[in-house]
Ligand binder design. Sequence first.
Ligand code: ADP
Length: 671
Amino acid sequence: MTRPLPPTRPAPAPYVPPAGGTAAPEPSIAACRRAWLLLCGAGVTTLAAAPLLGTDPALADALQDACNAGRLPGALIEAEIGRALLDGPRDATLLAAVLLAAVALDRFRGGRRALLLAEACAARARRPDAGAVGAAVLRAHATLVLARRAPLRDAALVQAEACRIEAGRPATLARNAVLWTGVRLLCGAPLTELLHYAQAVRQAIPADGASAAARQLDGRLALFRALAGSSHEPDLPAVAPDAMQFGCWLDCLQAAWLRGQTGAARAALAAARQLVTPLTPPCELLPYHLFGALTLARLRGIPGLGAQLRDHRRALQAWARRAPDLAGAMALLARAAEQDAGGGARALCAYEAAAALAQSDGQAWIAALAWEGAASLCGRLGLAGALPGYRRLALDTWRDWGAHGRVRALVQAWDAVPATLDPDQQTRAARAGTVGELGIAIAHEVNQPLAAILLHAAAARRWLRRGQPDTARALEALEQISACGRQAGDIVRSVRGLARREGEAASTFALDGAVGEVAQLLRALMVRQNVQLETRLQLAERQVHASRAQVQQVLINLLLNAIEALAAVSDRPRRIVLESASAGPGLVELRVRDNGPGIAPADRERIFDALYSTKPHGTGVGLSISRAIVRAHGGRIECVPAEPHGALFRVVLPVRSMAATAPPSASHDHA
Ligand code: ADP
C-alpha cells in the first residue's frame, strides 16, 4: 500500500461469514462513512490501480450474498477497505470499494470522488485476470453507481459486459439475471427479450441450485410468463417470498397488484419497505415506488395511506430530476395515482401525460399501466364515452409490448364487468360521450408539449446549477420550452378550429323541435328525481342554422346540472323551467332556470373554467365545453341568480351561427 494508516486506527476485525448465509447483519451507514473517510485519506484511485493480490472467492461470495439480500454490512466493507489499506487490495476489496462508492454517492456527498473510485475499480475489473469478481464489480458499478448518475442505457451496457465475463456461479448468475432484466425493463426492452433471457439463465442453473437468488429469479420468471401469457396457469402463480429478499417482495407486490389482490400487494409492499437500503439498486427501487403508489391509490379512502403514497411519488420525482428518461413517466404515473386516490377528474390528464411520456421514452409497460389507470378512472366517473377508448389503448399497448397474458386477463375482467351503468350514470355518460371526449382530446394533445416543457425545464435547471453553469445548453433548453409552448398554443387553436369546423357541417332546423327532443330525453330522469319540468317554447317553427347536436349537447349539460343541483332541495317543490325566445334581430335565446341552491357570486365565473367542479364525482368539463361550443357559434352563455332561489343559465345564439358561416381558414379566437 502506498500510504501508511494513521497509527491510532485499530486493525480491522477478521471477516466471519454469516452462519447459513441467511441472517445478514444490519447495514451500518456509520461504518461505511468511516471506511469512506479512511479511503479518502488514502487517495481514492490508489486502491484500484494496485494489482489484485490472490483471490478469495468465499469473501467475494459473502459480499455478493449480502448485496443479494439487500443488506450490506458496513462493518464488512470497513474491514475489507481497512485490510486493503494495511496489506494491499484483494479482489473482494474492489467489490467493497464500488459498493462503498454507491453508498457515498447516495448518503454522504461522495460526488465526483465516488464516481472516480467506482470507475477506477471497474477499469481494474475489466482486466482478464479479474474473473468472477470482475463481473461482480462491473455489475455493482452498473446497477448501483452508473444507474444513479449516468443515463441508464449506459449502465445497461456495463451490465451486459458483466454478464459476458460471468463465471457462472448459480447465485451470481441468477441475481445477475434479475438485475439485468430489471434494468432492461426500465430501458424499454420488449417482454419477449426479457422472458427469453430469464428463461435461458434459469435453465443454466442446476435444479438444486435453490439459492435465494434463484428463488428470486423464479419469481421474476413467473411474473414475465404470466404477463406474456406463456404459462398455462389461469392466474399468476404465487411467488414464494424469501423473507430477506427485497427483490422477491417486489415481484410479489407487482404480481399481486396485477392480479387485483390489493391486500396481498399491500402486505408485500410493507415487507419490501423494511428491506430498502441505500444499496437497493434503482432498477428495483423505481418499480417499488411505482407499484407502491399504484397499490396505495387502490386503497383510497383508508386513512393514513395518503402520506405514504405521497412519499412514493416524491421519491420518483426526485429520481425523475436525475434520470428523466427513466423515471419521468413513472413519476407522472405516481402523481396520477395520487390524484386518482383523491377522487379528482384531473387524474385523467395526469394519466394521459404519463402515458404520452412513457410512450415517447419507449417504456410501453408504463404507458399500458397509465392507460389502465385512465380506463378504471373513467369507469368510476361514469365516462362511458371515453371508457372504450382508454381500454383499447391499454390493450393495444400491452399487446405491442408482448404482454398477451395481460391482454387476456384484462379482456376477461372487463367482459365480466361490462360497462353497464345505472340510469343516472347513463345520462351522465351520454353527456360525457361528446363533451368529455372533446375535453379529453384537448388534454391528450396538450399534455405532450407540457410534459416536454417539464423535462426541458429540469434540464435547464441542471445546466445552470453546475459548478460551471452551462448557459449555452440552458438557453437551448429554454428555446425548446418556447417551441413547446407554441406547439401547445397551436393545438388549442386547432381544437377550437375543430369546434368551428364541426359547426360548418351545421344544418338548418327548428330550434324548438330540437329543444323539445332534449326535454323528452331527460323527462324520465326528472320524474325519478322528483323534478317538475315546465317548458315555454316560444319560437314556433323559427329556424336556426347551427350544429344541432352541439346545441342539444349544451342544453343537456345545463339540464343535468340543474337536476343535480336540485338534489339538495327538500323544502320546496323541485322545478326547472326551460324556455326559448327571440332575443332581438337575428338572435334567439335559450333559458334553463332551476330553484336549487344557486351559485355563489364568487363561483359564477369559475364554473366555466375547465375541470372546475364542486361535486365529489364531477368532471368539471360540462360548462367549459358548453361555453366553447356556444362561442364557436358566435353566441354567449351566462349565469345569473334566479329569484327567489336557484340559477338561471342564458344561451344567446345568432340565427345563422358563426360556426356555420366562418371560413375554414379563420384562425382568430372566439373563446
Ligand atoms: P360538473 O357538472 O362535472 O361538476 P360542470 O362544468 O358542468 O361540471 O359544472 C361546474 C360546476 O358548476 C358544478 O360543479 C357546480 O358547482 C356548478 N353548477 C353548474 N350548474 C349549476 C346549477 N344549476 N346550480 C348550482 N350549481 C351549478
